[in-house]
Design a protein around this ligand. Structure first.
Ligand SMILES: [Zn+2]
Length: 600
């Protein structure tokens, strides 16, 4: 049941996966592949890879894989049929269905889009020409928007009439059902169609694909709420819409940043001021659903609310979003108490500047606090420090908190430790979030103390074991790893046939380390892989041998001079640039380590 198989195949063939994926993430060509940051999991270095010849993708980080249809399904949360329909529309292919009900559902949504499109044209013509729209035109001019802006954003005017739009749509052969289902009118008590919007300035809303879905209407009288939006319909889901996304999508991806404002005129102002990556929520606060769209497009979210609103934006939610979706909030510092559209009218350049100078959320809040505080006197300074410490205490990352503590200590000329304890007090009761290693796991006597970071060279060796297991295979041995966690991870990788088995069969902590390293590239510096792996082996063995030597010296082991001599060979060959000879020494050292481990 669904779309005919041969049509699905035609759509698959006609779709360029690189072009399609490029609309959702920035891709970089590397040899014959394309890579980018994976849209299906959060990562900092690209592990999402496309093979354009085969038309398939694979993510080394989360193992997401598939073709163009899978890609669009997962990235836009569609079912199979919707995904094929989306791609067929792009490729200009008309689909045939083996069940009439599918065609009907699709055709119905299409009619609703058409009814909204027709209404946009109707309202737009009224705004441009109708006598009754004089007030709306004056309002727009007063806010600095001219005829070009009206045309660019297809603004419209809903007249103060019961049914002018409904009559027009019915004359244009739209059925009562469709008009009502599209949220353009409702059936009133006398069983007649009555327009949903009256005496309002109309902002048409398109979804991210560019399909017309509804309206936001601003009142021109003092009647009713200031803004009114389309009701939820089969095509209008306010929690999943961002006004302006149809225009901004490409720029958001290209810049890796989205400017988020609160109102329709704010979005217009930013676009006219040369900041084309601005969008706004549609009559609803920013919520989890919006991130389903945003996190696939950009990691940096610049809040361009008026300064008071931005300062009050719930810190806790922002930090939660930052962690959950790996996005980063910053705040554009607009003149106090003014929204972007007002700023634009006076000085368009200030908008671009405010976005360019945006500061991280916490920094913005501290700046505002200190700007308002009296920090000249001793007591005022202490009070400001106490309040700022409370703001810092809300941030979930101890590293970030400490950075702010240091900076604030300098700014207020207050002892950093005093400030640190003020932050700690404000966090009192919160659980320590630092992950601590299970002491049971510390099996190796020569390994680093629990909680200590894994050696950088060991991490790199693991990366190679993940990314190029065929090369690393026999060259690296578990005994080379001093860190018990790294060693267990290596054993899991070496013992599994498939990468996924290594993760599946491991303890959560080990699996997490492997997964993390899988999305990171091994350290590479332009040499061939063979040489690079040789570097890894030599450096790894150098480190583990020195640790072995240290422990032998501590226990007065009589074999330590022989071990030291062998390490010296490795070092001198390496320093002379003969990595091959250094690797021979390394192999002998591995033999040593294995023997010593057995003797103990
Ligand atoms: Zn991924």
């Amino acid at each position: 049941m669904g779309i005919l198989d041969e049509d699905v195949a035609r759509v698959r063939e006609a779709t360029d996966l690189v072009a399609l994926a490029g609309e959702h993430l920035a891709l970089k060509r590397i040899g014959r592949r394309y890579t980018g940051l994976c849209p299906f999991h959060t990562e900092k270095s690209p592990s999402f890879t496309i093979n354009p010849e085969l038309g398939v993708y694979y993510c080394f980080g989360c193992q997401a894989r598939g073709d163009a249809i899978t890609f669009i399904r997962e990235v836009e949360h569609l079912d199979f049929v919707e995904a094929v329909e989306r791609l067929s529309a792009r490729a200009g292919i008309t689909l045939r269905y083996d069940d009439a009900s599918f065609s009907k559902e699709r055709a119905r949504k299409q009619r609703l889009h058409e009814a909204v499109t027709e209404s946009i044209g109707f309202y737009h013509r009224l705004l441009l020409d109708d006598d009754e729209a004089g007030g709306a035109r004056r309002y727009l001019r007063g806010r600095g928007f001219d005829g070009d802006a009206v045309r660019k954003f297809s603004l419209g005017f809903a007249p103060d009439s019961y049914d002018r739009l409904s009559v027009h749509l019915q004359q244009s052969k739209f059925s009562r059902d469709d008009i009502v289902a599209a949220g353009l009118a409702f059936v009133n008590k006398s069983n007649r169609l009555q327009d949903s919007f009256r005496a309002r300035l109309m902002f048409p809303i398109w979804d991210g694909r560019g399909e017309a879905v509804g309206f936001g209407g601003r009142t021109l009288t003092d009647q009713g709420p200031k803004y009114k939006n389309s009701a939820e319909t089969p095509i209008y889901h306010k929690s999943r819409l961002l006004y302006g996304l149809n225009w901004a999508k490409g720029e958001i991806v290209a810049r890796g940043e989205v400017v988020l404002c609160e109102g329709y005129t704010d979005v217009m102002a930013f676009h006219l001021a040369g900041v084309p990556n601005a969008v706004a929520t549609c009559g609803t606060a920013l919520a989890d659903d919006h991130f389903a769209i945003l996190k696939n497009l950009a990691r940096k979210i610049t809040l361009a609310y008026d300064a008071d609103a931005a300062g009050q934006a719930a810190a806790e939610r922002c930090y939660t979003w930052e962690q959950r979706f790996e996005v980063q909030f910053q705040v554009a510092d607009l003149s106090k108490g003014r929204d972007p559209a007002d700023v634009w009218k006076d000085d368009p350049a200030e908008l671009a500047r405010a976005v360019g100078d945006a500061t991280p959320f916490l920094e913005f809040r501290i700046d505002r606090l200190l700007d308002a505080a009296d920090i000249v006197g001793l007591e005022g300074r202490a009070r400001a420090a106490e309040q700022a410490a409370a703001l810092i205490g809300e941030h979930p990352s101890d590293l970030v908190r400490d950075q702010y503590v240091m900076s604030l200590a300098g700014r207020l000329d207050i002892d950093a430790d005093r400030l640190r304890s003020a932050v700690a007090r404000s966090r009192a009761g919160e659980r320590q979030t630092l992950r601590e290693r299970d002491p049971e796991d510390g099996r190796s006597g020569t390994g680093p103390a629990p909680g200590q970071a894994v050696d950088r060279r060991e991490l790199d060796a693991l990366r190679w074991a993940i990314h190029a297991p065929e090369i690393v295979g026999s060259r690296i041995d578990a005994a080379m790893f001093a860190d018990p966690l790294a060693r267990t991870a290596f054993e899991a990788l070496a013992g599994a046939d498939e990468f996924l088995d290594a993760i599946g069969g491991s303890a959560p902590e080990v699996a997490a380390l492997i997964e993390r390293l899988a999305v990171e590239d091994p350290e590479a510096s332009g040499e061939d892989q063979e040489t690079l792996v040789r570097h890894v082996v030599v450096n790894l063995v150098d480190a583990s041998s020195r640790r072995l030597l240290e422990s032998m010296l501590r226990t007065g082991d009589e074999r330590s001079p022989a071990l030291k001599a062998l390490i010296d060979v490795l070092v001198s060959e390496r320093d002379a640039g003969d990595w091959k000879a250094a690797e021979v020494a390394a192999e002998q050292l591995v033999g040593w380590q294995t023997d010593v481990a057995e003797w103990r």
